[in-house]
Design a protein around this ligand. Structure first.
Ligand code: PLP
Length: 416
């Protein structure tokens, strides 16, 4: 594999490098389980990194995909399914006026900052240390996810002329936000933020943080972008904007929007969205944008998301995380669990984890130990301590029991 594909993977975290294990090769997945080539079955908390709130191979998604595929795989013209999906997006996220579909979260974020620059005529982008907004050039400055996992502060291949237009400041640091706007306010095109961070592990916003971003961007005439690629349709029907009650100018979506098929979206206020070609001067395009199969799969999911589903996901997350804390406590293992609705991350630490620097001080060797024991006991957790765990409605009592049993084994091995 490694001779054929760099590192043997098509996305770096899949290499399991940070946890010191050989990656397994997946053959299939169903419900809460993923299966490897050797026939092993694992309770899955990676869940394709978030697009599957109803679990793997959800029957309604499969039906929608097969029904749609009979009529063609891609048209390169306008098709009905795109409108159905965009209408469903608007139904869930009531503050938006318009939606443009793209093919990934990376594309959505890349388009969002181009839009912000086109709208404001300014150049600077503000992001937060440990935030991840896909792999386009502007965002690979002190980024989270795979870069944090691999200890990569910045990517080679990004010209300094581009990276100097990105300012990265600590997440949840209200003073840093104020200073940044005092110094650069009139040149800032946009602030892009994960409204609950998910790529330095889960870190919910501190009190007043999102409010301050809203006030400062409004005062300075810059665009507030919520990157809801993880949180969108996951923490609430209307994403983190709904959960925390702060409305950005535009937002980026992906993952759940396509239910496991490639998709992304930029959505927001009309005045900004109308800057996009063909009606405006900001160019964006895509051969597979609004692909009918992705749109049908996403619609099948969005139709079925309701308050009861969110309650179910969060109840599972609460029961699991509370039990893990109890087990760790009994064995003297210093464990902090951050949670935002059903999203959570385990950090081995004695301090609160409020920003990237704190996440980097946690015991990642112990996390690697946890990963190994869990895997050996049939539970697949994120192969990096800088990622969120994802649950689905297919996770229930049996999966909870197996997870806790595996964690007990870890606690016996590594605790007092
Ligand atoms: N934004 C956030 C918050 C993400 O977590 C990710 C990916 O995990 C992206 C953007 C990029 O999305 P994609 O991997 O679909 O390009």
């Amino acid at each position: 594999m490694k001779r054929l594909i760099p590192g043997g993977v098509n996305s770096p975290v899949r290499a399991f490098g940070a946890v010191g294990r050989k990656p397994f090769v997946t053959t299939k997945a169903k419900g809460a389980y993923i299966y490897d080539i050797d026939g092993n079955r694992y309770v899955d908390y990676v869940m394709s990194w978030g697009p599957l709130p109803f679990g793997h191979a959800f029957s309604k998604s499969i039906e929608a995909i097969t029904r749609t595929a009979r009529h063609g795989l891609s048209f390169g013209t306008v098709s009905r399914g795109e409108f159905e999906l965009c209408n469903l997006v608007k139904k869930h996220i009531t503050w938006i006026d318009m939606v443009r579909l793209v093919s990934s979260g990376t594309e959505a974020c890349m388009t969002a900052i181009r839009l912000a620059r086109g709208f404001t005529g300014r150049k600077l982008i503000v992001k937060f240390d440990g935030g991840y907004h896909g792999h386009s050039d502007s965002f690979l400055v002190r980024a989270g996810s795979g870069l944090a996992t691999g200890g990569i502060p910045a990517s080679a291949g990004v010209p300094s002329e581009i990276s100097t237009l990105t300012i990265s400041i600590p997440y949840n640091d209200l003073e840093a936000v104020k200073n940044c706007f005092d110094r650069h306010g009139e040149d800032i095109a946009a602030v892009i933020v994960e409204p609950a961070a998910g790529n330095m592990g889960v870190i919910p916003p501190a009190e007043g943080f999102l409010e301050l971003l809203r006030t400062k961007t409004a005062e300075s005439g810059s665009v507030l972008i919520f990157d809801e690629v993880i949180t969108g349709f996951r923490v609430a029907p209307g994403g983190a904007a709904e959960l925390y009650g702060i409305i950005p100018d535009i937002a980026c979506y992906g993952k759940i929007l396509g239910g496991g098929m490639p998709i992304g979206a930029v959505a927001g206020k009309q005045a900004i969205m109308e800057m996009l070609a063909p009606i405006g001067p900001v160019y964006q395009a895509g051969t597979l944008s609004g692909n009918p199969i992705s749109a049908a799969c996403g619609a099948a999911l969005l139709k079925r998301l309701n308050k009861r589903i969110y309650r179910q996901l969060e109840d599972y997350a609460i029961e699991l995380t509370e039990s893990l804390k109890t087990i760790a406590g009994c064995r003297g293992i210093p464990l902090v669990i951050n949670r935002a609705a059903s999203l959570f991350t385990l950090y081995f630490s004695r301090e609160n984890i409020d920003d990237f620097a704190a996440a980097q001080r946690t015991d990642m060797k112990l996390y690697a130990g946890l990963f190994g024991v869990m895997l050996d006991n049939g539970v697949f957790i994120p192969p990096s301590g800088y990622e969120a765990w994802f649950v689905s409605t297919a996770h229930g009592a049996a999966q909870l029991k197996q997870t806790l049993r595996a964690f007990e084994r870890f606690a016996v091995l590594y605790g007092k």
